[in-house]
Design a protein around this ligand. Structure first.
Ligand SMILES: *[C@@H]1O[C@H](CO)[C@@H](O)[C@H](O)[C@H]1NC(C)=O
Ligand SMILES: *[C@@H]1O[C@H](CO)[C@@H](O)[C@H](O)[C@H]1NC(C)=O
Ligand SMILES: *[C@@H]1O[C@H](CO)[C@@H](O)[C@H](O)[C@H]1NC(C)=O
Ligand SMILES: *[C@@H]1O[C@H](CO)[C@@H](O)[C@H](O)[C@H]1NC(C)=O
Ligand SMILES: *[C@@H]1O[C@H](CO)[C@@H](O)[C@H](O)[C@H]1NC(C)=O
Ligand SMILES: [Fe+2]
Length: 832
């Protein structure tokens, strides 16, 4: 064999260890019951003893039968029934446990015996949904502490407390006892601000970036969008949460009042788009500044209404994105907020072309020349949301090669933004970046990112951000059957070197259909140790490790009734399926009239639960008897068609769940794949710094073809001084609004909102009279997201198909678009 052949062969090897979407359906289970074991001992080897804490994982855990018809299954990762998984790592041992969040969709699913077909997917979302089932459940009063959405995107740390959260600005998510995965409750913020503490229609938070930033002292920086429904004015807010859970709104940027006459056909906003906020999933921060990347996915107020029915003959409606539009011609914008003076540094956002969508952040810091440097994962569009996170997509193809890992350099003095690439590839199939968070806000060198997310045989790429040619980058690839998820870096105690520590990575072995926890040496990117979970663990979004020290818990492990207890390694697996299966039955209304008032009369029977446990169980029978009798008449009123479906239900369910421990041992010898370095290659486009400016102001292009030729109205930025609350806010006023029963101030606020709304809606939609607006207002409450509901709910609804319009032209920088289209991925994606 010649040298050339050897080299050629050597280059081919990485391609032979290909990633695969084969078997990835295992990551999207029908009905995952991993929460039924209180603790699962995970046989492990070589887990560093200094790791002492909890590796928490956000799980998108149950979907329903993927072969079931639309309306009887969930098909998007954001919709899936949310759960938290926890690896308790201590003294070299690992125990896994999990719990579903007691969110409303979960409770409905649980009520229907965890059968999505029976539940008829009555919760709105990205998946197709059943309008009839939804209207039925809308009438049922929410249980206290039953959030509308699964808070399964990320975790926040407030003092010693952990919040599992989603993008709902009011309640963010659940606080819970990390040790036991119990005591879930909506996080009780102490609202020292007049936006969250006194809801009013003139300032309604509609969306929030789930990915926050933390100062060394534990202060959280977050951001939200809000709208003044009276003046049709959008704001971008900045808040802090201190270690005691006190939330303060410290800055408000006023986008200006949008033009209610500028709603074109197809509900397109044809006015000045600088007046609209863009969706923000993550923010970033340096020592002195918070940086908000405002994506080109704009909140479209013309779609602040119920999405049109896509099928008037059926109760099944298409799910998807509603309420936001991605504009190929709107630049990415940056707002920069000074954390010390509490002012925005510029009166208008900095802009950079082309249009962009940002998912996640690496680090950010202040460069010596005073510029701000911020590294992030950028896409050409919001395809990750509207395409990639659909289960149909991820089980049929690889995550596309469309992400860019970019370094933005923000120069507020010269009002300009430059960017360059941090890796040799222009686009890469990767997301979920991480870094050593001890280096947050400081100059840093190393990032870690998941390559080929959600595919088996995928890898973690270690990126040297100082050398975009990539010659020092390293890649860790485990077995071909393993799907690796977002890593989390933990610094080794008493070390200073940035990459001296480990990466915790959870994975799914698709051959065994079992979870694993892998510990990597973050410096060399080789496997150090591994723990085998005796059950499958679904895919999900973000993961974080919290040491016991972080949480103020005693270090080491305690033996207690609900604590970790090392067991004999019989067959390598010992399980304690002690958890009682509890079915919480939502009150069922006996009749649901077309009017807005409901008489929720509870006809539920508390389930009797018998749990049989043997110390070393081979079979555990849990019998849940669930008897409910209800007769429900549901009438769905929608703007035009009226569907009346009468249902008579008498679900009497007798379920026996049996769990048999796996008979095979999962202990295997660990195969460590040697790290491969990425081929060094100086990209033609690097560095791009300085070349990212455009000749012509973008708004002129956006407005081409419309009569609206107004120059962009950059409203004067207002760093709104927080009205100093002299009196300490009444604690009982701080309660999460959603928890309040119907009636009372919630209704008042909503009525005020409706009044404001109906003063302009008829102007925009001439077919809607003022009376009709009011009449439909209540029906549409779920779309309007008045107070406690997140904007997320609205934008998860309706059709994803964006109507094209004259304004919605192809990208002005087609060169950047080219790479994004892989002909192999042209398979039509069904999303609306
Ligand atoms: C998919 O994976 C299964 C189980 O690992 C294997 O039997 C099958 O041959 C694979 N199919 C393809 C097309 O790779
Ligand atoms: C899923 O649905 C298909 C087709 O409707 C059916 O054949 C299959 O048995 C179902 N699977 C389960 C686990 O219910
Ligand atoms: C779920 O409910 C459907 C409809 O009632 C039923 O046909 C199916 O067998 C159930 N699936 C399971 C796994 O019980
Ligand atoms: C929609 O939901 C209702 C109420 O749960 C149910 O009776 C009906 O069968 C569902 N329709 C479809 C097409 O799944
Ligand atoms: C706080 O508000 C509640 C209800 O609004 C009221 O009953 C209570 O007296 C108030 N407490 C104080 C100290 O003002
Ligand atoms: Fe995220």
């Amino acid at each position: 064999m010649s040298i050339i052949q050897l080299i050629f062969f050597g280059l081919l090897v990485p391609c032979l260890v290909a990633q695969s979407f084969n078997q990835t359906h295992l990551g999207f289970p029908d009905s995952w019951d991993g929460d039924k074991y209180r603790e699962l001992y995970c046989p492990s080897k070589n887990i560093p003893k200094w790791l002492d804490g909890y590796f928490l994982c956000q799980l998108s855990a149950s979907y329903g039968n993927s072969s079931a018809p639309d309306g009887e299954k969930l098909s998007h990762m954001i919709d899936a029934i949310g759960a938290v998984g926890s690896f308790h790592v201590s003294n070299g041992q690992v125990v896994f446990s999990a719990q579903y969040y007691p969110a409303r969709p979960y409770k409905i699913w649980e009520f229907y015996d965890r059968n999505m077909s029976k539940a008829s997917v009555p919760f709105a979302g990205w998946s197709d949904y059943n309008l009839t089932a939804m209207s039925k459940w809308e009438q049922v009063p929410a249980n206290p502490d039953s959030a509308r959405f699964h808070p399964n995107l990320d975790f926040w740390k407030v003092g010693n407390r952990i919040i599992a959260g989603t993008e709902a600005p009011y309640w963010v998510g659940y606080e819970f006892d990390v040790r036991t995965l119990q005591k879930f409750k909506l996080f009780p913020f102490k609202e020292e601000n007049d936006i969250f503490s006194t809801p009013r229609h003139t300032m309604i938070p509609i969306s929030m970036a789930i990915h926050e930033r933390n100062d060394a002292d534990g202060t959280i920086w977050g951001s939200f969008s809000a709208m003044n429904f009276e003046e049709q004015r959008f704001y971008q807010g900045i808040f802090t949460v201190d270690t005691n859970g006190v939330r303060r709104v410290v800055g408000l940027y006023d986008y200006g009042a949008w033009d209610t006459n500028a709603c074109g056909s197809n509900d397109e906003y044809i006015g000045d788009k600088t007046l609209l906020p863009g969706y923000i999933h993550s923010i970033t921060s340096t020592e002195n500044f918070v940086i908000l990347p405002i994506t080109s996915l704009l909140i479209n107020p013309c779609k602040f209404k119920e999405p049109p029915l896509n099928n008037i003959r059926s109760a099944i409606q298409k799910g998807g994105l509603w309420g936001m539009d991605f504009y190929d011609m709107v630049p990415m914008r940056f707002l920069i907020f000074n954390k010390k003076t509490l002012e925005f540094t510029t009166q208008k956002p900095l802009e950079v072309f082309p249009s962009m969508f940002v998912t996640h952040q690496l680090n950010a810091f202040e460069a010596e020349d005073g510029n701000l440097v911020a590294d992030m994962v950028v896409y050409d569009s919001h395809d990750p949301y509207i395409k990639y996170f659909y289960t149909d997509f991820l089980t049929k193809q690889l995550y596309p090669t469309t992400a860019r890992v970019l370094r933005f350099t923000l120069d507020s003095k010269k009002q300009r933004v430059m960017y360059n690439y941090l890796i040799p590839q222009e686009t890469i199939s990767a997301d979920f970046p991480q870094f050593n968070h001890n280096y947050e806000q400081k100059a840093y060198q190393w990032g870690y990112i998941v390559q080929h997310p959600f595919a088996s045989g995928n890898s973690i790429l270690k990126i040297n951000v100082d050398e975009p040619a990539g010659s020092r980058n390293l890649e860790f690839r485990a077995d071909p059957n393993l799907v690796l998820h977002e890593p989390w870096f933990v610094q080794k105690p008493e070390t200073k070197k940035e990459d001296e520590g480990v990466l915790l990575v959870r994975g799914l072995d698709t051959a065994e259909n079992k979870g694993v926890l892998i510990v990597l040496d973050a410096e060399k990117m080789v496997e150090l140790g591994r723990a085998y979970v005796p059950i499958s663990i679904p895919f999900g979004f973000h993961n974080r490790f919290f040491s016991k020290k972080d949480l103020g818990l005693p270090e080491g492990f305690q033996v207690g009734p609900s604590q970790y207890r090392p067991m004999d390694k019989k067959q390598g697996i010992a399980t304690l399926p002690l958890k009682k299966i509890t079915t919480i039955l939502p009150s069922t209304s006996t009749e649901i009239p077309t009017t807005t008032t409901t008489e929720p009369s509870s006809t539920t029977t508390v389930p009797s639960t018998t749990t049989t446990t043997t110390p070393e169980p081979t079979t555990t029978s849990t019998t849940t008897k669930l008897t409910t009798s209800s007769s429900t008449t549901t009438t769905t009123t929608t703007p035009e068609p009226t569907t009346t479906i009468t249902t008579s239900e008498k679900p009497v369910t007798l379920t026996t769940q049996t769990w048999t421990p796996p008979t095979t041992t999962t202990v295997k010898t660990t195969t460590v794949t040697l790290p491969t370095t990425t081929t060094p290659k100086i990209p033609r486009w690097w560095p791009l710094a300085g070349s990212a400016t455009t000749e012509q102001p973008w708004w002129q292009k956006v407005q081409t073809g419309t009569t609206n030729t107004l120059p962009p109205l950059f409203p004067v930025s207002k760093s709104v001084e927080e009205k100093k609350v002299s009196v300490k806010p009444n604690e009982s006023d701080n309660k999460v609004v959603e928890q309040k029963p119907t009636g009372g101030s919630m209704d008042e606020i909503y009525d005020q909102t409706l009044t404001a709304l109906c003063s302009w809606i008829p102007k925009v939609f001439t077919s809607i009279s003022n009376e009709l607006c009011f009449k439909q207002g209540r029906t549409a409450a779920k779309w309007m997201a008045p107070i406690a509901q997140s904007y997320a709910e609205r934008f998860r609804m309706g059709r994803a198909n964006r109507k094209t319009s004259p304004n919605d032209n192809p990208n002005i920088q087609p060169s950047l678009k080219q790479m994004a289209f892989d002909p192999l991925q042209q398979e039509p994606i069904r999303f609306g």
